[in-house]
Write a protein that binds this ligand. Structure first.
Ligand code: ATP
Ligand code: MG
Length: 226
């Protein structure tokens, strides 16, 4: 049996035997505005609240905007940063590529010092586009994943659904894939979450309705859409 890390969303934990496997690399994939960053922060907060530490690497959104948006859900990231258990790392895609090409990701010292349990990359899409070929993307991402595994970081990589990942097969490299859908049902839009894969885990396969509410993502397992 593997130790599990809570996703911070009780009904999601329920779908995957209690959470992500400790040290596993997982991907959350969805269209714009589906709640990917919110999911990632809930995952991170579950650790922080339990006394763990975490690194949030943001390529998409500035720290200021991010902290303000997450405060709306009641997640006070600044508080954890001040306490030294959260490191919010703002990097643009080019910087990240440079780090990766040099064989490091630029935060090794910080990782050694903090010994974080959780890691989020928001998102992997931008930097993947900086490589000319699918093969180069795959090699870079593979090396990145190996590093995260070596540090035993339970990881969430955010990916943007509009990118064509089949080009370098990110979903094949990671241990778990969670999809966030924004479905048109009749005249309405419904958000659903689906566990596409979760290595070594007996997981639910049906899509489950969720909503983004005052405190973040909330699932409605009893609602059906089809
Ligand atoms: N207080 C709130 N109550 C309900 N829904 C909210 C609230 N705040 C934000 N939302 C919803 O959450 C969405 C943004 O969530 P989030 O930033 O996690 O999505 P994302 O998938 O990371 O977006 P992006 O693709 O832009 O990075 C908004 O588009 C909005 O629909
Ligand atoms: Mg986001």
């Amino acid at each position: 049996m593997h130790a599990r890390k809570s996703t911070g969303i009780p009904d999601v934990d329920e779908m995957i035997e209690g959470g992500f496997r400790e040290g596993s690399i997982n991907m959350v994939d969805g269209d714009a505005g589906t709640g990917k960053s919110t999911f990632a922060v809930q995952f991170m907060m579950a650790g922080l609240a339990a006394g763990e530490s975490a690194i949030y690497m943001s390529v998409e959104e500035s720290k200021e905007s991010f902290y303000t948006n997450m405060l709306r859900f009641g997640f006070n990231l600044e508080e954890y940063e001040k306490a030294g258990t959260l490191f919010f790392y703002e990097a643009n895609a080019a910087q990240l590529k440079e780090f990766l090409d040099k064989g490091g990701i630029g935060i090794e010292d910080r990782i050694m010092q903090m010994k974080p349990q959780r890691f989020v990359l928001d998102s992997i899409s931008a930097f993947a586009l900086l490589y000319e070929t699918g093969m180069k993307q795959r090699t870079a991402v593979q090396r990145f994943i190996e590093k995260l595994k070596a540090w035993n970081l339970t990881t969430l990589l955010i990916s943007e659904a509009t990118q064509d990942y089949t080009r370098f097969g990110l979903e094949f490299l990671v241990d778990g894939v969670v999809k966030l859908w924004y479905r048109k049902v009749g005249h309405e839009r419904v958000r659903t979450i689906e566990i596409m894969k979760m290595r070594g885990t007996k997981h639910k396969i049906a899509e489950t309705v969720y909503r983004i509410e005052e405190n973040g993502i909330v699932l409605y397992p009893s609602e059906t859409i089809f």
